[in-house]
Design a protein around this ligand. Structure first.
Ligand code: AMP
Length: 520
């Protein structure tokens, strides 16, 4: 019998852990690395490299090196988010057969699930090499805001990698498990997660082995990258002040400064001031290469970064309001994500919540550790108590009605699993069928939300409008996967749809992509 693992499949980095002798331990690769870049590099022929070696290829083969692919998962080509992502990555984005966004590399188009599958497969190999055992199954974490399609796409990625997905759980819930499992806590905690590209906050209630998410909120375009950008803009202004050269539109100079900004930001987590020297940024009028030499200290960084830090706390305000709690009623604050190592964030957490964040947990590893605990819980036969995870749906689910509006059926932050029904009427005289279009998102306008799927209930009695009634029931399972059923009240006839069916890969496509069948 093999082991089960927890995998934090992150946008920038991934981590794998397992429970060993009752402890959740992070598994390192042969070089001792426990955090692995979620980077997949394509080389000659069919060769694929994943993790740290792939990250090294980024500088000299940016077109063939895929990073941050997770940002595309479950998203439509042509959507505003995908356009934003396209502008920030060096690799190509293409349209898939059903309008989904895919990755284009070396003239081939790959589903994002295939890229994630390479990362998952890499994690599985690391775990097998570290333990000498086979990996039988994994609990994989996703951001709390992930919608149905994104969760399903993550499952598909596991399938493609030949990895049994035991459960998909939310990252903050996993972090809470790593903190509280077996500790007998009775308290409210906040999980503040600031990673490379996104910010998330979740409020949970812990009651012994019960982990209940009370509310969750986030910003999918706010993370460490934005801190790098404000520092980079400051350095560009410094460069202009020193040399008179405006390098804002110089892509190579910007890339160098962005890299320097990220390194400076990390260094400033440890020391009060850092000398920044970037040679050969641009050429002056006489053709001589000129560089930048300046100093950044905590005061400057505080001024530059404060607006971003404040943006995270307005999201925290929202989550606390939804949970009906004040900041001081939160008993403990857990930090997740590399950016939370930044001292300014820790200070701001202290000011806001009136207490220091917990510091005995590693912000890069805590999610994978929690996932490992849940994997062990689901597969082991010990007397240890099972953790009960009660999650909420991160976004409102509803049905499109006349005029392009959405009628919500399951409101955001509703505990799952759940099943809720709403009655809809026909909108026109003699209407003998209804098209049920299922949307996810917070806008009252359908066009601003994500279409999850649609189906038709036909054979309705031809009657004046409003007379025929249809029950629409939304059921959400523990993985957050949605099933929608429409029932004609007069005949009892029903049609249902698992939103799974609308995920952007078909079952056959997943089968075809499976690594074991194509010999990776
Ligand atoms: P994650 O997505 O959780 O891996 O977080 C990655 C982000 O954390 C990137 O923006 C990094 O620059 C940032 N980061 C990692 N370590 C540090 C550190 N020691 N100080 C400041 N930022 C960091």
């Amino acid at each position: 019998m093999g082991i089960s693992v927890g995998i934090d499949l992150g946008t920038s980095n991934s981590v794998v852990a397992t429970v060993w002798d009752g402890q959740a331990v992070v598994l390192a690769d042969a070089e001792g690395r426990s955090v692995h870049p979620s980077v997949v590099a394509f080389g000659y022929g069919n060769s694929v490299v994943v993790g740290a070696p792939a990250r090294q290829q980024l500088a000299y083969a940016p077109d063939n090196t895929i990073f941050s692919a997770k940002r595309l998962i479950g998203r439509r080509f042509g959507s505003e988010e995908v356009d934003r992502i396209r502008r920030s990555v060096s690799w190509g984005v293409a349209e898939g057969p059903r309008g989904d966004a895919r990755v284009r590399v070396q003239g081939k188009v790959y589903a994002v699930q295939e890229i994630s599958a390479h990362v998952l497969s890499h994690m599985k190999t690391i775990a097998e090499q570290a333990t000498g055992q086979t990996v039988d199954g994994a609990v994989i974490t996703v951001p709390a805001y992930f919608n149905d399609q994104q969760r399903q796409a993550t499952r598909d990625a596991a399938d493609i990698a030949g990895l049994k997905c035991l459960r998909i759980i939310n990252e903050p819930t996993a972090a809470a498990l790593a903190y509280g499992y077996g500790q007998g806590h009775r308290q409210h905690i906040a999980v503040y997660d600031l990673g490379g590209g996104t910010f998330d906050i979740s409020i949970l209630r812990l009651d012994d082995e019960l982990f209940e998410v009370v509310s969750t909120a986030g910003d999918t375009f706010l993370g460490g990258d934005d801190f790098d950008i404000v520092i980079c803009d400051h350095l560009l202004a410094e460069f202009k002040a020193q040399t008179g050269i405006d390098a804002t539109e110089n892509r190579a100079a910007r890339a160098k400064l962005l890299d320097a900004s990220e390194r400076t930001k990390r260094a400033l987590s440890k020391v009060p001031a850092v000398a920044v020297k970037v040679p050969g940024l641009a050429r002056d009028e006489s053709g001589n290469a000129v560089g930048l030499s300046t100093t950044l200290d905590h005061n400057i960084i505080q001024r530059l970064a404060m607006p971003l830090v404040q943006r995270t706390f307005s999201v925290v305000d929202e989550a606390l309001a939804q949970a009906n709690l004040t900041a001081h009623q939160v008993d403990a604050v857990l930090l997740v994500g590399g950016m939370t190592r930044f001292p300014l964030i820790r200070q701001a957490v202290n000011h806001y919540f009136g207490k220091d964040p917990l510091d005995h947990l590693n912000p890069d590893q805590v999610v994978a550790q929690g996932a490992a605990i849940q994997a062990w819980n689901l597969t082991s036969f010990t007397d240890a108590p099972d953790a009960v995870l009660l999650d909420v749906t991160p976004q409102t689910l509803g049905v499109r009605t006349v005029g392009g509006f959405v009628e919500p059926v399951v409101e955001r932050n509703t505990p799952i699993p759940t099943s809720l029904t709403k009655v809809f009427h026909t909108a026109q005289d003699l209407q003998n069928e209804v098209r049920i279009q299922v949307f996810q998102g917070e806008s009252r306008m359908a066009a601003d939300n994500e279409l999850l799927g649609e189906f038709v209930l036909s054979g309705l009695r031809a009657a004046p409008r409003g007379e025929v009634k249809v029950d629409v029931t939304f059921a959400l399972d523990a993985d957050g996967i949605v099933t929608v059923q429409a029932t004609d009240r007069e005949t009892g006839r029903a049609v249902d749809m698992t939103i799974e069916a609308s995920s952007n890969l078909t079952h056959e496509e997943v089968e075809e992509m499976r690594f074991d069948e194509i010999g990776f």
